[in-house]
Design a protein around this ligand. Structure first.
Ligand SMILES: Cc1cc2nc3c(=O)[nH]c(=O)nc-3n(C[C@H](O)[C@H](O)[C@H](O)COP(=O)(O)OP(=O)(O)OC[C@H]3O[C@@H](n4cnc5c(N)ncnc54)[C@H](O)[C@@H]3O)c2cc1C
Length: 401
């Protein structure tokens, strides 16, 4: 029976492979995506599976949106484009409220303290992480995540809801479990999506997974009646500190007018098309990665390998001879050879945290795409969604097309 299932998607850690995936998906980015996207199906060919490349900006939101808009009218591809812009919204939201990242890190540590002292919770957490809860779809998604480093969006929502509301586990430990295993594990999309499921994001409404919804969108792979007896019927909102007030949109630095420039790429932006389009001529390129910085626990080998290989691919593309490293001290030694260090804007997350502990202070130009979207990312998604036409205006400048 298993042999007849479509194969798991694979994620080759090169920009070229991401471009191939985009090319193969493009014909389905219009009405087909709108009609089919909610189904969690083996193989996942009803969605793009582009997120591992987009997360590291080995492919950028602007170039993906640009390719889609060359093929479809904005209204036809609205659903897909809106999902891409969700990613930008979450990045902007966290840039405006970086304190949410600090709160999350503290909540993970507090959850780990509880694991050390509450044996019942520890057993529940271990069973959830190992896919041994007895809730069939949840256990299957835990196994799929560990095997592939990817889950469909609906599966992520249901999984997070069952983790929080049915199993009664701390939301931050669930977010930590995801970010240790997802190839696209992202400080913004992951943290804020888990907060959204818990009911801590903008509207105070938790997301509760329903048996009938799971059965429908898994094409009846799971029995709604059995699930109906297993899933929580209530979804109380967990205690959490209030969200910080939004700060200003980060302002991008200008490029230096002269001098030898070292270009520092990082795992949050590996394709400096916008900088080259602005006239940057780097003397050399290095890449800083921090996959292990995503969690205090061990991050999955395939996540660390994927991130490093994608970073090496970026350095090779740009003929960089600088280090591709997770050690900021190596970057500091390399940076001594230049008058200026330039990096694409460093968003909230482990790379920025790692640099904060050093004397390195690269100039950080901002992408036109982010500059168009982030001023509207201070509250819910709707404000950004209404600005989609303006954001698309930034595609040419962002991609240098
Ligand atoms: C609990 C939870 C945790 C999540 N954690 C992450 C994460 O760590 N990293 C991550 O990239 N996404 C995360 N998401 C969002 C979303 O599930 C994935 O981006 C999407 O499933 C990736 O699959 P795809 O590339 O096939 O998406 P498609 O449906 O093909 O969408 C295209 C692109 O749009 C973006 N996108 C789509 N849906 C969302 C969304 N809801 N929020 C933000 N961006 C979106 C992604 O970059 C994606 O590649 C999470 C969602 C939930 C509910």
């Amino acid at each position: 029976m298993k042999d007849t299932l479509p194969a798991d998607p694979t994620f080759t850690p090169t920009r070229e492979a991401g471009l191939d995936r985009l090319e193969a998906f493009l014909p389905r980015a219009g009405r087909t995506y709108a009609a089919e996207r909610n189904h969690d199906r083996p193989g996942h060919d009803n969605v793009s599976t582009l997120s591992p490349w987009l997360r590291h900006r080995a492919l950028t939101e602007a170039e993906v949106a640009g390719a889609v808009l060359e093929r479809f009218a904005p209204a036809t591809a609205e659903k897909f484009l809106s999902e891409v812009v969700w990613r930008t919204y979450f990045k902007g939201h966290l840039e405006r409220r970086p304190g949410l990242w600090d709160q999350y890190r503290r909540a993970v540590r507090a959850g780990q303290d509880r694991l050390a002292t509450e044996s019942g919770m520890r057993k529940g957490w271990e069973a959830a992480c190992e896919g041994r809860t007895g809730i069939a779809p949840f256990d299957d998604w835990a196994a799929e995540l560990a095997r592939t480093g990817y889950l469909h969006n609906h599966a992520r929502m249901w999984f997070a809801s069952i983790w929080i509301h049915t199993l009664g586990l701390p939301w931050a430990l669930g977010a930590d479990f995801f970010i240790r295993h997802l190839l696209d594990g992202d400080p913004a999309s992951n943290t804020l999506s888990w907060r959204w499921v818990a009911g801590l994001h903008t509207n105070g409404k938790p997301y509760r997974a329903r048996a009938s919804n799971i059965a429908k969108y898994t094409d009846d792979r799971y029995d709604a009646r059995t699930l109906g007896h297993q899933l929580a019927t209530e979804a109380p909102i967990p205690d959490a500190p209030p969200a910080p007030e939004p700060g200003p949109t980060p302002e991008g630095d200008s490029l230096p007018a002269s001098g030898r420039i070292g270009l520092l790429l990082h795992e949050d932006d590996l394709h400096p098309d916008f900088l080259l389009a602005r006239g940057l001529e780097p003397a050399d390129v290095a890449v800083l990665i921090q996959p292990q910085g995503r969690s205090p626990l061990t991050v999955a080998t395939q996540v660390r390998d994927f991130t490093r290989a994608l970073a090496e691919d970026a350095a090779t593309r740009l003929d960089g001879t600088g280090p591709v490293t997770d050690d900021p001290a190596e970057i500091a030694a390399w940076a001594k050879g230049f008058d200026h260090l330039v990096a694409p804007h460093l968003p909230t997350g482990p790379v920025r945290d790692a640099l904060a502990g050093t004397e390195l202070a690269p100039l950080q130009p901002l992408r036109d795409w982010d500059a168009a979207a982030w001023p509207h990312a201070h509250a819910g998604y709707f404000k950004v969604k209404t600005k989609m036409p303006d954001i698309f205006e930034a595609i040419a400048a962002d991609t240098g097309a």
